[in-house]
Design a protein around this ligand. Structure first.
Ligand SMILES: [Zn+2]
Length: 204
């Protein structure tokens, strides 16, 4: 059942009536996805961009959610397809050193593509901003057309506004990346924005 969120859609973009209540999601920026078993060379270019975004978010008290694959051996639906990756309690499942979480950041372990699926993410988002909750999610991480896309679907059906950082998400190929962005824009109403523009918005 989808819960009603009647407080998320009254943000006027462009001419803000009030400040959006942002959260930054960092999806699967883990050793196995960036340097290890499912290594993604293209992801190297998003690391410094995400870092800038996280530094600004921490300055502005914008909550940061690290959504991290943490598989168990019986997650066969995915492990058969991709091979074992980001297995719970292994180095491969740790966030890369370059983007190490701070003490105040939220860590959301997940076992499926969507960061909302079977996790505490939704209730954690709702608990921020003195119980008013997040209304606008900024997506970063990998992969544009897989976990990012599935997470944005779940954010969409829950009524969140979604901004996908065009140069803060990546995929195995340029085509996969572009197709993922296009799909999220067309079907989930996601705004696709450069990190430099998101930095300006969240600094407001
Ligand atoms: Zn996985």
């Amino acid at each position: 059942m989808v819960k009603a969120h009647n407080n998320k859609n009254n943000v006027l973009h462009g001419n803000y009536k009030r400040k959006p209540r942002y959260a930054i999601l960092v999806n699967d920026m883990l050793n196995d996805f960036i340097h290890g078993k499912l290594k993604c060379d293209r992801a190297a270019q998003i690391i410094p961009k995400i870092k800038l975004l996280l530094e600004k978010a921490r300055q502005k008290d914008i909550p940061i959610f690290y959504c991290n694959d943490e598989h168990l051996p019986n997650d066969t639906y995915e492990l058969r397809l991709w091979g074992p990756h980001a297995m719970k309690d292994t180095d491969g499942a740790k966030v890369i050193d370059e983007l190490r979480p701070s003490a105040n950041d939220y860590i959301v372990p997940k076992r499926r593509y969507s960061s909302f699926d079977g996790t505490s993410l939704d209730s954690s988002l709702e608990g921020t901003y003195n119980g008013k909750g997040v209304d606008t999610i900024v997506m970063t991480g990998v992969h544009t057309h897989i976990c990012v896309k599935h997470t944005v679907y779940d954010a969409f059906v829950r009524g969140y506004n979604v901004i996908v950082a065009e140069d803060g998400v990546e995929a195995f190929t340029g085509d996969d990346h572009a197709a993922g962005l296009k799909y999220m824009k067309q079907n989930y109403g996601a705004r696709i924005e450069k990190v430099s523009d998101i930095l300006k918005s969240i600094s407001y």
